[in-house]
Ligand binder design. Structure first.
Ligand code: URA
Ligand code: SF4
Length: 332
């Protein structure tokens, strides 16, 4: 019996499963366990992702991804069992809808979809601080009308000290929407998102993967700059969950107006606003998961995180991660 400890995500399972398949280790010989966050997974993944990975039906990968998002600890074992059979016994297995393994897989995928939905709902039901933006949002409005209405929002206290509302920018037919945290100092003064130092990093990374900013819609989870004054400088402060909840109706209205194919969260705050408070950026970034807005929702590092890297080496590594994740976006 071999015990395999994985990071409990689809990618973590897939890397281990590929290695086990290559070594010909049958499902009955594997015990799956989940590593705690920060703990290293079992080093079973010699050359994971190397060429020669077995080809499996797309439908399996979709179901496996959904099942991976659930909470049932048995899901890794079931996934490997189905994978094993698909590769070694019957490529058409998924068509046998009454087969017990196929039923279990479908049930796990359904549970995973429910769990993903539940986490999102938790985000939705957070109490806003203050009245929240909802009373200010014109129903069914297009982007221009929304932007004009947002300029008058007093749904939470953040409007009091900021210069202006910084609404999203970009074409109404954008296929990709990027969500940041909140405007920074420059954005607050200029009234547009990502036009300061973080915006420069973002533009460089987007250009590197062949995405033009002019084709994207870029916005923030919170529309007013939150800061403390230190002498002449205004230092960014991370918005609280209650402030995210207060401002959320604007983001909801923007996404509803655009209906993007791909939704990208820049940083942990945006990711919590989209995926719910359980989202952990370092564990969950860099892969597409379904949300009620689009199948292709993904989180990556915030461009400011690159700037906060301790030295040039770390900055380069963080930038590389941002570019790698945006490469997925460009290819979607
Ligand atoms: N950081 C953000 O999250 N958004 C901006 O618009 C600028 C910096
Ligand atoms: Fe309204 Fe959002 Fe500004 Fe609060 S931060 S006042 S909810 S626009």
């Amino acid at each position: 019996m071999r015990t395999v400890a994985i990071v409990p995500t689809f990618d973590g399972w897939q890397a281990a499963a590929r290695a086990l398949l290559r070594e010909g280790i049958a499902p009955g010989e594997v015990r799956w366990s989940e590593t705690a966050p920060g703990e290293a997974p079992t080093d079973v993944v010699h050359g994971a992702g190397a060429p020669g990975a077995a080809r499996v039906p797309r439908q399996f990968l979709d179901l496996a991804r959904q099942a991976a998002g659930g909470r049932d600890p048995a899901r890794w074992q079931v996934l490997y069992e189905v994978l094993w059979r698909l590769v070694n016994e019957n490529r058409g297995l998924l068509g046998e809808t009454h087969h017990p393994m196929v039923r279990r897989l479908n049930a796990l995928a359904a549970a995973g979809r429910r769990d993903a939905f539940r986490t999102e709902t938790e985000a939705l039901t957070l109490e806003p601080e203050g009245a929240g933006a909802a009373p200010f949002v014109p129903a069914g409005a297009g982007l221009a009308e929304l932007g004009a209405a947002a300029a008058r929002c007093t749904g939470c206290d953040l409007y009091r000290h900021a210069t202006q509302t910084v609404f999203g920018r970009g074409p109404a037919d954008a296929r990709i929407v990027l969500v940041g945290e909140q405007p920074g100092d420059q954005e607050d003064l200029k009234g547009a998102p990502f036009v300061g130092p973080a915006g420069e990093v973002l533009d460089r990374a987007l250009a590197e993967v062949g995405l033009g900013r002019e084709r994207l819609y870029v916005t923030n989870a919170v529309k007013h700059f939150k800061f403390v004054e230190r002498g002449k400088r205004r230092i960014h402060q991370t918005p609280r969950l209650g402030e995210l909840a207060a401002c959320r109706p604007w983001m909801e209205a923007e996404i509803a107006a655009i209906k993007p194919e791909v939704l990208v969260c820049l940083g942990a705050t945006a990711a919590r606003a989209i995926f719910g408070p359980d989202f952990r950026l370092l564990r969950d970034r860099g892969r597409f998961s379904p949300t009620r807005w689009t199948e292709k929702t993904i989180a990556t590092l915030h461009p400011s995180a690159v700037l906060r890297g301790e030295d040039p080496t770390q900055q380069a590594r963080l930038y590389g991660t941002l570019v790698a994740d945006l490469t997925l976006v460009a290819g979607a």
